[in-house]
Design a protein around this ligand. Structure first.
Ligand code: PMV
Length: 327
C-alpha cells in the first residue's frame, strides 16, 4: 500500500494584495504553519474510490467514487480543492487506485493563512510523489492555478506560489507569470488575528465592482500599489525596515480606500502603530483574517501589550515550500 506524507506552508501577503489580481505584482511570504497531508493508494477493482479525512474542515470520513471527483460540473464545499486537484492531475497522469487523503493543519482554515493554496500544493505534490510523476515546481504551479480556477474562477495564484516555492517572493501576475525568490533571511513581523473570517472571493468581487463604477480612480489606486510593491522589494532586500513599514502603512491606507478594511483590522493597525510599530496593515483580501505588524525588538513587547485583547498568531515568515515528509 504505497503512501506518502507531504506538507505545504501557509502564506501572508506583505504588499500588493488586490493590485496583483489586475495583472499586477505583490510580495508574498510563506509561513511556518503547515498543512500536512498523507496520501495512500490501494489496488482498486473497476470503480476506484476517494476517501478524505480532514477534520479541520469537518470531513471525518468523506468518500465518493473517484470518477465523480474527476467530472464534477462545479467544485464546492470542503472537498473542493482536493477534488479539483485530482481532476487536473488525472487528466495528465491517469492512475487507477483507491485513494485515501488525510489532512491536518497547524493553523486551521479560519485564520486566512492560505489553507486552500497549501491544500492545492500538498495534493498535487503528494499525487506527483505517489504516482512518480516527478512534477517540477513550475508544472505543479501550472496545474495548481488550473485547479484553483476550477473552484474559485478567480485569483492571482500568488498564494499558491508561496505554498509551492516557499520563502519570500516577488510575484508578477502577467503572462508569462514570474515568480522571483527574494534573498530575505528574517522578517520582524507580528501576525495578529482580527477575530473575523473573510471570504476572499467576495472581497475580490467587491473591488471589481468598485473598479467598474470608478475605473479611473481605482486604476490609479492599483497603479500606486504596483509602485509600492517595487519600492517594498528594494526595502526588503536592503533590510530597510523603516521604509518597508512606511510602505505597509500606505498600502493599508489604499486597501482601506478599496473598502476592504474592517474596524477590527484598523483597531489592530492603530494600536500597533501607537505602540511604536514601524508599520501595520491588513494582509490578504481584507474583511477579516489577519493583520501584519512590522516591529523592531525595542518596541516588540510594547506592541504585544497594546494588542493584549487580540490573538497573536505564532508564525515565522520565509518558510520552506511544499516538501516530502515521509515516503
Ligand atoms: O484573502 P487571501 O489571504 O486569500 O488573499 C487574497 C489576495 C488577493 O490579492 C485579494 C487575491 C489574490 O488572488 O491574489
Amino acid at each position: 500500500m504505497p503512501s506518502v506524507t507531504v506538507s505545504a506552508p501557509g502564506k501572508l501577503f506583505l504588499l500588493g494584495e488586490h493590485a496583483v489580481v489586475y495583472n499586477g505584482t505583490c510580495l508574498v511570504t510563506a509561513v511556518d504553519s503547515r498543512l500536512w497531508m498523507t496520501l495512500t493508494a490501494e489496488e482498486a477493482t473497476h470503480n476506484p474510490t476517494l476517501t478524505i479525512i480532514a477534520p479541520d474542515v469537518g470531513l471525518t470520513n468523506w468518500s465518493c467514487l473517484l470518477k465523480e471527483s474527476f467530472f464534477r460540473p462545479a467544485y464546492q464545499g470542503p472537498s473542493a480543492f482536493i477534488e479539483s486537484c485530482l481532476a487536473v492531475f488525472h487528466r495528465r497522469y491517469p492512475f487507477h487506485a483507491n485513494l485515501t487523503i488525510e489532512t491536518r493543519s497547524d493553523f486551521g482554515a479560519n485564520l486566512g493563512l492560505g489553507s486552500s493554496s497549501a491544500t492545492v500544493a500538498a495534493t498535487l505534490y503528494g499525487l506527483s510523489a505517489l504516482f512518480h510523476a516527478d512534477l517540477s515546481p513550475d508544472q505543479l504551479f501550472t496545474l495548481g492555478v488550473e485547479a484553483i480556477q476550477n473552484v474559485q474562477k478567480l485569483g492571482s495564484g500568488a498564494d499558491l506560489a508561496a505554498a509551492i516555492y516557499g520563502g519570500t517572493l516577488y510575484y508578477l501576475n502577467h503572462f508569462p507569470r514570474q515568480i522571483t525568490p527574494l534573498a530575505v533571511d528574517s522578517l520582524p513581523l507580528l501576525v495578529v488575528y482580527s477575530g473575523e473570517k473573510a471570504g476572499t472571493v467576495s472581497y475580490v468581487r467587491k473591488v471589481a465592482e468598485l473598479e467598474e463604477s470608478w475605473p479611473n480612480v481605482i486604476s490609479a489606486v492599483i497603479e500606486t500599489m504596483f509602485t509600492i510593491v517595487d519600492s517594498g522589494r528594494e526595502c526588503l532586500l536592503a533590510r530597510d525596515w523603516v521604509g518597508l513599514g512606511q510602505l505597509m502603512n500606505i498600502q493599508h491606507g489604499l486597501l482601506h480606500a478599496l473598502g476592504v478594511d474592517t474596524p477590527s483590522l484598523s483597531e489592530i493597525v492603530f494600536a500597533a502603530r501607537n505602540a511604536g510599530a514601524l508599520g501595520a496593515k491588513l494582509s490578504g483580501a481584507g474583511g477579516g483574517d489577519c493583520a501584519i505588524v512590522l516591529v523592531d525588538d525595542t518596541h516588540r513587547s510594547a506592541v504585544i501589550d497594546a494588542l493584549a485583547n487580540k490573538k497573536i498568531v505564532n508564525v515565522q515568515a520565509n518558510a520552506a515550500g511544499v516538501r516530502l515528509e515521509k515516503a
